[in-house]
Design a protein around this ligand. Structure first.
Ligand code: P6P
Length: 337
């Protein structure tokens, strides 16, 4: 990973990349401009949450029966209202909406399909811990003269043409890939621009961190328990014990894993046979990005990006990070260690 030696804004960076794609229509550049506009609006609300008195639970629950924070709703509405009129999207799907989000008939439809988690880690809002927005972008599979349907959203993750996340932490960072590597941009509110901060991010081959909720260990499989205990033992080569790092905001835990290496795991367990994280708008976008950085993402049996989603909100176990670490974890999960 190289820190940058030049000042370039996200808009200019994307425009230059589109110049490398003969026939690129500039529609992707325009989509990314609209998306990062929504991210800037969300960042403004997140950073003012305490002052705006929008901290605290609503009396609403989302499709998963989880208490919804006001900021979840605001972030969801910001993305929908920033994107639904641009003429770039055919349909959207969000963690906060049980059904597909259709484009209002008064607006033109485009060729892209956006899936997103508007505010991941929202249980951390009240304690000022980093939270984030996750997105994945596909080309629609329905014809332009057809109604969009769930097939547009239930595509395998390897079909994504772009994915990434925004991180609302000590600064607002936007990390994305279009399949040509991973780049990160830091928002400078004084000039209102995202500026390239890391170009060509690659995940370390192996890391010294493991990131998982050990409070669930009583529900884990024996194989995963054995793997985590193995990471805690001292090894001859000094590489173990690993250090434990777990924030409880997937985007923040995975951003650290991307930069420092190691493994992030939300395994299946006795009460969550399919794990907790959502395949369509959490696992797939993050898996594409980690693979583009040279890492690996699996559900314990197969590559995340090869899984055929069956419904918008289905969950998947997730083991993601440095190739060495994920492969070692898989060996334990398959009783080969
Ligand atoms: P737990 C946040 O609610 C989230 O969906 C992910 O961002 C995070 O990795 C996970 O759940 C945390 O879940 O059960 O450890 O609190």
């Amino acid at each position: 990973m190289i820190k940058v030696s030049r000042f370039i804004t996200l808009d200019n960076f994307i425009t230059k990349q589109e110049n490398f794609h003969p026939g690129a229509s500039g529609e992707f550049t325009s989509f990314m401009h609209d998306l990062t506009f929504a991210v800037r609006l969300i960042a403004r609300e997140v950073r003012r949450a305490g002052i705006n008195d929008i901290i605290g639970l609503t009396d609403e629950v989302n499709v998963h029966g989880e208490q919804v924070k006001k900021l979840d709703i605001i972030a969801n509405e910001i993305i929908i209202k920033s994107m639904n009129h641009t003429g770039k999207l055919a349909v959207m799907a969000s963690e906060e909406n049980e059904e597909l989000i259709q484009i209002p008939s008064k607006y033109p439809k485009g060729k892209y399909v956006l899936v997103f988690d508007p505010l991941d880690g929202s249980s951390n809002i009240d304690v000022n811990v980093t939270i984030g927005t996750i997105f994945g972008l596909y080309k629609r599979v329905t014809k332009s003269d057809e109604e969009c349907n769930v097939d547009d959203v239930l595509q395998k993750g390897y079909k994504q043409i772009a994915s990434g996340y925004a991180l609302y932490g000590s600064s607002t960072v936007f990390v994305y890939t279009t399949g040509n590597g991973v780049n990160a941009f830091t928002y400078d509110p004084t000039v209102g621009e995202f500026i390239l901060s890391y170009e060509g991010i690659t995940i370390p081959e192996r890391g010294k961190y493991y990131s998982t909720n050990e409070g669930n260990s009583y529900k884990w499989s024996e194989q995963f328990k054995k793997y985590i205990n193995y990471l805690k033992e001292k090894s001859e080569d000094g590489f173990r014990p690993y250090s434990a790092r777990y924030i409880g905001s997937g985007v923040a835990d995975i951003h650290r894993t991307l930069l420092y290496g190691g493994i992030f795991a939300y395994p299946s367990d006795k009460s969550n046979p399919n794990g907790k994280l959502r395949l369509v708008y959490e696992c797939n976008p993050l898996a594409m990005l980690i693979e583009q950085a040279g890492g690996m993402a699996t559900n314990g049996k197969e590559r995340i990006l090869d899984i055929q989603p069956k419904n918008i909100h289905e969950r998947s176990p997730l083991y993601l990070g440095s190739k060495y670490d994920v492969e070692e974890c898989m060996a334990f999960l398959n009783d080969n260690k």
